[in-house]
Design a protein around this ligand. Structure first.
Ligand code: G1P
Length: 292
């Protein structure tokens, strides 16, 4: 069984649901507490043993590339001012030289097309996909949990989670046939079904382990929901010929691509920081009392 060494992070999206905050700043660079969203996702990938990250970027996303580069002047400045802790923090998140690639998705043709743009860099090996809109708070990172399942079962794996029926038209949703512990077998999946037509209320959460045959399917794929080339449609076809599992991960996900999901993430991640938790709780309680 080939190891999962590489991960694709599609970061070309325009962030229209959080405008005007994302007019100039990539949505992946918005902070949650004191770190950009993308850094949490990269950490999750690294914890799962990922050695190389492929960012699929677009115009105006240069800040992401800069964020994962050495900031020579800033670091010199911190060193001169003896700000060792801030310096150590920056250096801890600097990727090893040569362990990141950046490829441009030249037009916003959909998530499936974004992943296809990484095909040459991924080559002929299984790989992970992490959608950076989605932050997952978990004791063991969600992708690391999935890698464990992969070592046991192989094939393709997606993370899923239960959602209210009223939200099914915002996500990809699976059609499960059987369940063994936290792992489902499926007969299909559908992207953004109309409410009332969904095969289940289990949404695709934005973490994937995929076999490279997905690229061949994406190559000539018709557009699907929203007029976009959908990853879900290609996975639905891959499932006809390869083992495919859905895994109910342990943890909580936050959709930072919309205002309330972002707010929720900010509150939860602040409360999870031991040095901030107590003060954050007071601030949140005050805000509630003053706005009743
Ligand atoms: C994408 C995927 C969808 C998945 C969702 C998770 O949708 O296409 O299957 O459920 O991410 O956040 P998007 O949020 O890009 O519309």
């Amino acid at each position: 069984m080939k190891k999962i060494r590489k991960a694709v992070l599609p970061v070309a999206g325009l962030g229209t649901r959080v405008l005007p905050a994302t007019k100039v700043i990539p949505k992946e660079m918005l902070p949650v507490v004191d770190r950009p969203i993308i850094e949490y996702v990269v950490d999750e990938a690294r914890q799962a043993g990922i050695e190389h990250i492929v960012f699929v970027t677009g115009r105006g996303k240069g800040a992401i590339e800069d964020h994962f580069d050495q900031a020579f002047e800033l670091e010199t400045n911190l060193r001169q001012k003896d700000k060792q802790q801030a310096l150590a923090e920056l250096q801890a998140h600097l990727p090893v030289a040569g362990s990141t690639s950046f490829v441009r998705q030249q037009a916003p043709l959909g998530l499936g097309h974004a992943i296809w743009c990484a095909r040459d860099i991924i080559g002929d090996e299984p790989f992970a996909v992490l959608l950076p809109d989605v932050l997952i708070q978990a004791e063991q990172g969600c992708l690391a949990q999935m890698v464990e399942i992969y070592h046991d079962k192989g094939g393709n794996i997606i993370a899923v989670d239960e959602i209210p029926e009223l939200d099914v038209d915002k996500y990809g949703v699976i059609d499960p046939v059987s369940q063994e512990g936290n792992v489902y077998k499926m007969r299909g999946m559908v992207e953004k079904p109309a409410i009332g037509t969904q095969p289940s209320c289990l949404k695709i959460t934005g973490r994937y382990i995929l076999q490279p045959e997905i690229f061949g399917l994406l190559e000539n794929q018709q557009t699907g929901a929203g007029g976009e080339i959908q990853l879900t449609d290609a996975m639905d076809r891959l499932m006809q010929t390869q083992a495919f599992y859905a895994y109910q991960y342990q943890g909580t996900d936050f959709d930072c691509g919309n205002k309330l999901g972002y707010l929720r993430a900010f509150a939860h991640f602040a409360l999870a920081r031991p040095e901030l938790a107590q003060a954050a709780r007071v601030i949140l309680q005050d805000a509630l009392t003053q706005n009743q």
